[in-house]
Design a protein around this ligand. Structure first.
Ligand code: GLU
Length: 508
C-alpha cells in the first residue's frame, strides 16, 4: 500500500526563523500539497536553555504571512497532538527505558567536571575526546559499573544521562533523496545523549519518537542535520521501527551572496538584505533585525525567491504562484550544492510582483504613507499616479521618492540641472510659458502642451533646454514621468505657482 504522505516542519523556538528554515517549511509544504499529504508544525523545545520567548509566535506569524499553511500543528491541533515537545514530556522516558532494556542505551553518571578533565587530558595529547566505543568502557556508566552500583546511584538520585550505545562495527546507510546513498561507519560516531539529567529528552530521541508516533513519511530538512541522520537511522533500528522509517531529503545550504559560507543571522543587515521573514526584536537585548515583510517585500515574492534557492523547474519560467509551485515542485530537481543568495534577483522578483498590482491596489498600500505625512488626496487620483510610476520601482516604499512632487512644490532645485540647463533668458521664457498656461481655459493638457511646443518652436529655442527647465521648476529635479501628465495632475494653478516660485528662487 502506498504510504500516506505526512511531513513536518519542526523548528526549535530559539529565536527568529532564518529564511533557510522558511525554505525548509516551504519545500515540505510544496511536497505535501502536491501529493495530497499532510503538513505538520511541531515545536521542538526540549532544550530549555535555548528557549526564547516569542519565538514560537514569530514562527507561526511569519509562515502565516507567507501563506504556508498547516493541517496539523501546535496552533491548529490535530489527531497526533500535542505538537509541542515540552507538552509531550511524559511520553519520552519510556522510550529511553526501552532502549536501555534492549541493550541499545545505558546510564552515564559522569559529571560534567569529570568529562571536562578527561577532555583536557586528551587535548594535552593532541587528541579529541569523544564518548564512544573507544572510551565508554573507561568511563562511569552502567556498562562499567555493577548492577548494584547502578541501582544505588539511581536510588540516591545521582544525576545521570542516558546515552545511545552506538554499535562497534556497522556500516550505517542513509538513503537520501538529494545526497544519494550516504554510508557512515558506526565507529566514527559518538554515543549521543538521548535523555538529559533535567528529565527532558534530547532533540535526537524526541525527534525520532515523534516522527514515528506522528507517522511522518518524509523528513525534509536542512543539510546541517545530515550528520545526525546515521544516528537517527540507528535509532529506528534500535526501536524496531525500520519498516516505517521516514524517507530523508537533506536540503542544500543557503550561502552568502559570494558563496563563502553559510548565510548567517548576522549577514543580513551587514549585506543589506533581511535573513528573517519578518522583523524580529530580541526580547533580551531589544536589538531589531530586519524582515522581508517590513522591508516591503510581497509574500508572493519571498516565496518565489526561496523556491528558487536550491530548486529549479527545469524550464525558463521564473514567476510561480504558490499553486504553480505545488504543481511544478519535485525533490529530484533540488540541487546538491549550496544556493547563493542573490539580492538583485530578490529585488527583481519583488519588482515583478509589484507590477502585477494595478494602480488602485498600489494606492491602497501607499495611502497610509501619505496620510502619515498629512497629505490629502483621493484614492482615484493616487491610483493614476501609482500607475504612472510603478514601472520605475521595485518596492512600495520607493513610491514616495518617485511621486513626492505630485504632492509638494519643490523646496530646492537640483544643482546639476540648474548648472547645465538654466540660461540668462530662461526665467523670461518660463514666464511666457506660465502666461500661455494661464490662457488655456478650460485647462486641457494637450492644448497646453501644443501651445508650449509652438512657443518654443516659434522662438527657435532649444527644446531640451526649455523643457528641462520647465521640469526643474515643477519637479525640482530632472526626474519623473511625462511632464505634461504631471502638470495635468497637479493642475494649472499649482503649475503656474511652481513656475513663478522657480523663477524667483533659481539664481545663476
Ligand atoms: N528542531 C530541529 C531544527 O530546529 C529539527 C530538525 C529536523 O527537522 O529533524 O531544525
Amino acid at each position: 500500500m502506498e504510504r500516506k504522505v505526512r511531513v513536518r516542519f519542526a523548528p526549535s523556538p530559539t529565536g527568529p526563523l532564518h529564511i533557510g528554515g522558511v525554505r525548509t517549511a516551504l519545500y515540505n509544504y510544496l511536497f505535501a500539497k502536491q501529493l495530497g499529504g499532510t503538513m505538520i508544525l511541531r515545536i521542538e523545545d526540549t532544550d530549555q536553555g535555548r528557549f526564547v520567548p516569542g519565538a514560537e509566535e514569530y514562527i507561526i506569524d511569519s509562515l502565516t504571512w507567507l501563506g504556508i499553511k498547516f493541517d496539523e500543528g501546535v496552533h491548529v491541533g490535530g489527531p497526533y497532538g500535542p505538537y509541542r515537545q515540552s507538552d509531550r514530556k511524559p511520553l519520552y522516558r519510556q522510550y529511553a527505558d526501552q532502549l536501555i532494556a534492549n541493550g541499545w542505551a545505558y546510564y552515564a553518571f559522569d559529571t560534567p567536571e569529570s568529562l571536562d578533565e578527561i577532555r583536557k587530558s586528551f587535548e594535552a595529547e593532541k587528541k579529541a575526546f569523544q564518548y564512544d566505543v573507544t572510551t565508554r568502557l573507561s568511563l562511569r556508566n552502567s556498562l562499567t559499573l555493577s548492577q548494584e552500583e547502578v541501582n544505588q546511584l539511581l536510588a540516591e538520585n545521582h544525576p545521570y544521562v542516558i546515552r545511545f550505545k552506538m554499535p562497534e562495527d556497522e556500516d550505517i546507510i542513509v538513503n537520501d533523496h538529494i545526497r544519494g546513498r550516504v554510508v557512515v561507519h558506526s565507529k566514527l560516531l559518538d554515543d549521543k545523549v538521548l535523555f538529559k539529567s533535567d528529565g527532558m529528552p534530547t532533540y535526537h530521541l524526541a525527534n525520532i519518537v515523534d516522527d514515528h508516533l506522528m507517522e511522518i513519511s518524509h523528513v525534509i530538512r536542512g543539510e546541517e542535520w545530515l550528520p545526525s541522520a546515521p544516528l537517527h537511522v540507528m535509532l529506528y533500528k534500535a526501536f524496531g521501527w525500520e519498516a516505517t522509517m521516514p524517507e530523508f531529503a537533506h536540503l542544500p545550504l543557503l550561502l552568502k551572496p559570494d558563496g563563502n559560507g553559510k548565510l548567517s543571522k548576522r549577514d543580513g543587515d551587514r549585506l543589506g538584505f533581511p535573513v528573517f521573514p519578518t522583523q524580529w526584536q530580541d526580547p533580551k537585548t531589544g536589538e531589531i533585525s530586519s524582515g522581508y515583510r517590513e522591508s516591503g517585500y510581497f509574500p508572493e515574492a519571498v516565496i518565489n525567491i526561496l523556491a528558487f534557492l536550491g530548486w529549479n523547474p527545469g524550464t525558463t519560467q521564473e514567476m510561480f504562484t504558490m499553486e504553480e509551485l505545488i504543481k511544478a515542485f519535485s525533490i529530484e530537481r533540488i540541487s546538491k550544492s549550496g544556493a547563493k543568495f542573490d539580492l538583485e534577483k530578490a529585488k527583481w522578483f519583488n519588482q515583478q510582483y509589484l507590477r502585477q498590482h494595478n494602480g488602485e491596489e498600489l494606492a491602497k498600500l501607499f495611502m497610509p504613507v501619505l496620510i502619515e505625512k498629512g497629505i490629502n488626496i483621493t484614492s482615484d487620483k493616487l491610483a493614476v499616479i501609482c500607475d504612472l510610476v510603478k514601472e520605475r520601482i521595485s518596492f512600495v516604499k520607493e513610491l514616495w521618492e518617485q511621486t513626492y512632487f505630485f504632492f509638494n512644490a519643490p523646496e530646492s532645485y537640483d544643482e546639476q540641472v540648474v548648472k547645465k540647463r538654466w540660461k540668462e533668458d530662461t526665467a523670461a521664457h518660463l514666464d511666457s510659458i506660465s502666461a500661455i498656461l494661464e490662457a488655456v481655459e478650460p485647462f486641457e493638457t494637450t492644448i497646453a502642451h501644443d501651445k508650449v511646443i509652438a512657443y518654443i518652436q516659434e522662438n527657435t529655442l532649444n527644446m531640451g533646454q526649455i523643457m528641462n527647465c520647465l521640469r526643474l521648476v515643477i519637479v525640482g529635479a530632472g526626474i519623473g514621468p511625462d511632464l505634461f501628465t504631471i502638470i495635468s495632475l497637479i493642475g494649472k494653478e499649482e503649475a503656474i505657482k511652481r513656475i513663478k516660485k522657480g523663477i524667483n528662487e533659481i539664481k545663476i
